[in-house]
Design a protein around this ligand. Structure first.
Ligand code: CO
Length: 134
């Protein structure tokens, strides 16, 4: 079911500072910030030869990233995103084996304009998982 690792997401308290660490200190290619109000985040993508790093900063009152940063104020790894070919089939398979899909179970459009779903960390070794249809 799983394809490539699409990205690793890191929640950060200061997106500009984190982007500068990747662009300056680490010499990576960093995108312009993208505001995603429906996900409660502002995001920057760091492009690596084999995957991407997604830097996430809270956006708006009700951001899930704000709650994460209350527990880890310096920032930290937030989720892994795996590619799937058919997100509806992936969801149905996961629900059938008792895995928890977050939200209403309907894919939302993610940062790359493609359908995404999130899976409960308690079912996946303590790691929040994002599935993205490619
Ligand atoms: Co993501």
């Amino acid at each position: 079911m799983l394809g490539r690792l699409n990205h690793v997401a890191i929640a950060v308290p200061d997106l500009a500072a984190a982007a500068e660490v990747y662009a300056g200190t680490l010499g990576a290619e960093v995108s312009a910030p993208q505001l995603l109000p429906e996900h409660g985040v502002t995001v920057v993508f760091v492009t690596l030869p084999n995957t991407k790093i997604e830097l996430l900063e809270p956006l708006g009152e009700d951001s899930p990233i704000a709650r994460f940063l209350e527990k880890t104020p310096a920032g930290g790894m937030h989720h892994l995103c795996y590619e799937v070919e058919d997100i509806g089939a992936a969801r149905d398979r996961l629900l059938a084996v008792g895995a928890r899909v977050l939200g209403d179970g309907e894919p939302k459009i993610g940062a790359h304009g493609k359908p995404v779903l999130f899976l409960h960390p308690k079912d996946f070794s303590g790691t929040l998982i994002e599935l993205e249809q490619v």
